[in-house]
Unconditional design. Structure first.
Length: 257
């Protein structure tokens, strides 16, 4: 098995110990925990969107906290039942503020939004949320129907593409520390929009790999039940990435109008 999601690596679901039939990971259990995680993220995002003053400059701290939590969950999977809900809430706080930033920046008059005399552009956030969950639903249906199959070549291609995107983002951040800014990746030019489209597609196809990993783990009937939370965590990581990339793409497209 292979996936581009760092939370669902090749050895994640391997288990060398015997697990009681009543204490194994199931598909239904993973779905339920994924729904809980998404709801927690949504509630936290709505709260931070509605209380920008209370959030202040905490967005960066929430992003760092989310990154640290993700690393702990990845390397200590038995803590997934405890830390996945916390991760969902922390990321939700960050997403709400980031969404508000995009909604403000893409409004007709951002200055008036900041002053409170004009509402933010909620349309772009609604579109991003709708496209994210629409993509999740469509790819799930395509995967379940066999229209999209997670073959080894398919997995290899998505893993390679995901790795390349990660390297580009890391390079961009490192160069930024030295004052070199790759503006052609962030402006509203055709190259930038094309790059964002590719990233959105790759992020979306990672969902297929996540589905495949979770299904195989559940069918093996040998994976501990706490891995249901880990599977939910892996899916949440991909969904958050997909949402942010769609939001970024929509902002670029709107700036061209």
């Amino acid at each position: 098995m292979r996936t581009g999601n760092p939370a669902l690596s090749d050895k994640v679901f391997n288990s060398s110990r015997t697990v009681a039939p009543t204490d194994v990971m199931t598909l239904e259990g993973t779905v339920n925990k994924t729904i809980i995680s998404i709801l927690l993220t949504t509630i936290a995002a709505y709260w931070s969107w509605s209380h920008p003053a209370e959030m202040g400059g905490l967005t960066f701290l929430f992003l760092i906290a989310g990154f640290i939590l993700a690393l702990v969950i990845i390397f200590k999977k038995t803590l997934a039942p405890l830390l996945t809900p916390v991760y969902a809430i922390v990321e939700g706080f960050a997403l709400g503020t980031i969404s508000l930033m995009y909604a403000t920046a893409t409004a007709e008059n951002p200055a008036m939004v900041v002053q409170g005399t004009m509402p933010p552009n909620t349309t772009i956030v609604f579109q991003a949320v709708s496209l994210t969950f629409g993509t999740l639903f469509c790819l799930l249906m395509a995967y379940r129907s066999g229209l999209i199959k997670a073959t080894e070549n398919f997995k290899l291609g998505i893993v390679a593409a995901t790795g390349a995107i990660a390297l580009i983002y890391i390079l961009t951040m490192v160069l930024g520390l030295f004052g070199v800014h790759m503006t052609f990746l962030h402006d509203s030019g055709m190259f930038s929009i094309g790059f964002s489209l590719v990233v959105v597609v790759v992020a979306a196809l990672n969902l297929v790999l996540d589905f495949d990993f979770i299904e195989n783990a559940a069918e093996s009937k040998s994976v501990p039940k706490y891995m249901e939370w880990y599977g939910a965590f892996g899916l949440l990581v991909t969904l958050i990435w997909l949402y942010l990339e769609i939001l970024r793409l929509l902002a670029k497209l709107q700036s061209r109008d």
